[in-house]
Design a binder for this molecule. Sequence first.
Ligand SMILES: Cc1cc2nc3c(=O)[nH]c(=O)nc-3n(C[C@H](O)[C@H](O)[C@H](O)COP(=O)(O)OP(=O)(O)OC[C@H]3O[C@@H](n4cnc5c(N)ncnc54)[C@H](O)[C@@H]3O)c2cc1C
Length: 457
Amino acid sequence: MSEDSFDLVVLGGGSGGYAAAIRATELGMSVALVESDKLGGTCLHRGCIPTKALLHAAEVADVTRESAEYGILSQFNGVDMVGVNAYRDNIVAKKYKGLQGLIKQRGIEVVEGRGKLTSPTTVTVGDRVLTAKNVVLATGSYSKSLPGLEIGGRVITSETALLMDYVPASVAILGGGVIGVEFASVWKSLGANVTIIEGLPHLVPNEEETISKNLERAFRKRGIDFTVGVRFQSVSQDDQGVVVTLENGETVTADILLVAVGRGAATEGNGFEEVGITMDRGYVITDDRLATSVPGVYAVGDIVPGLQLAHRGYQQGFFVAEEIAGLNPLLVPDINIPKVTYCEPEIASVGLSEAKAIEHYGAEKVSAYEYNLAGNGKSEILGTAGIVKVVRVVDGPVVGVHMIGARVGELVGEAQLVVNWEAQPEDIAPLVHAHPTQNESLGEAFLYLAGKPLHTL
Ligand SMILES: Cc1cc2nc3c(=O)[nH]c(=O)nc-3n(C[C@H](O)[C@H](O)[C@H](O)COP(=O)(O)OP(=O)(O)OC[C@H]3O[C@@H](n4cnc5c(N)ncnc54)[C@H](O)[C@@H]3O)c2cc1C
């Protein structure tokens, strides 16, 4: 056994872990970053980046099919999935190389191998013992299934879906949350027949209801089938495909079933409980400053209950490094972290839904405005439909922004700034939004709520 000592040991080199490592070195700490697979974790290799590359390829397919509408003559001759995957893998490889270089330049020691927390100040990796005053746990998440639903063969998770070198003729997708609707969108654009099965009353059930309804309308128009409000019962598979049975007796047949029912915390076998860390169903319980029940040990990213998003991991990693350095940093609560779902049409939101705002402030203290993208020049040019809904406290700040439409993910930067800065529509109304941009739709909503509507009544 060899023993090495650092200021900080980070267990897991995904978004949360590597952000903690980078910020800690910026603050002068010596850092060991333990990773059993590839730096960059789920987001870079199996999550955000590869799926968004697929979604872009899917958009290219749609644009090619529809190009005559814009007076451009082209022919859609099909999908070369090997080519699509090569494009995607090339992006991942470039980003991976960049990240490896960045970590090296920062002087972070990457320790390859599976690490185990063996005491509050020790992580053991093979025959190396890494000691530090502080440890950050960042071991991420895995695709969950349902009790009795076995993954294998034609029943797959997103990890396997990303490895497929063909477009299935038909797909059933269990789960109408973010991952489910994104894959539905990709496969539909690439030519598959898609059916989503969602047990809750709406697709993207964590979004404002009006956004879910808009998405359902858009998906219907795109020919994406879905059932909502009925739960999955069982699945059988043979050489021909899968048959999914719902609790109401209805069946869905398809070539494959993608199980997209959420992600669990990847903490098993990492020694956390043995060291005395409080856990709940695999998740690491922390206080509101990300400290675990064991002094000196922090947790970040998907293993901490709440939103499972890469940028939440980044902020938590940054936060913990600064906390350890005694900088008393600010942590943005989950509700004010921007969320984007990259299906077509895109969804983006931050802050409270109108219903939650009413619950919080009372109906008489909340006002909301829904701007229809039909009035926005750039949206018309792009040929997209959708809405921007802004929720405010009467005589108070904007507390929520909810959007759907092509490319609205790019608008969430302004939305999160407004919500987190607790700006009032009256503060923003005099500020200028460039024309023609989709940003103007936010501007129009703020103008309306400030009592001086421009292109709206
Ligand atoms: C299909 C899909 C699409 C997604 N799209 C988006 C998106 O568009 N935007 C977004 O914000 N988020 C997206 N996410 C979520 C995002 O990927 C995660 O929130 C993010 O990766 C979490 O970061 P993390 O650091 O907590 O964990 P991870 O990224 O999972 O990293 C954990 C790392 O720890 C390593 N590890 C685990 N145990 C050990 C051990 N014992 N020893 C050593 N190493 C260990 C793992 O190998 C892994 O590299 C998506 C996820 C999926 C699955």
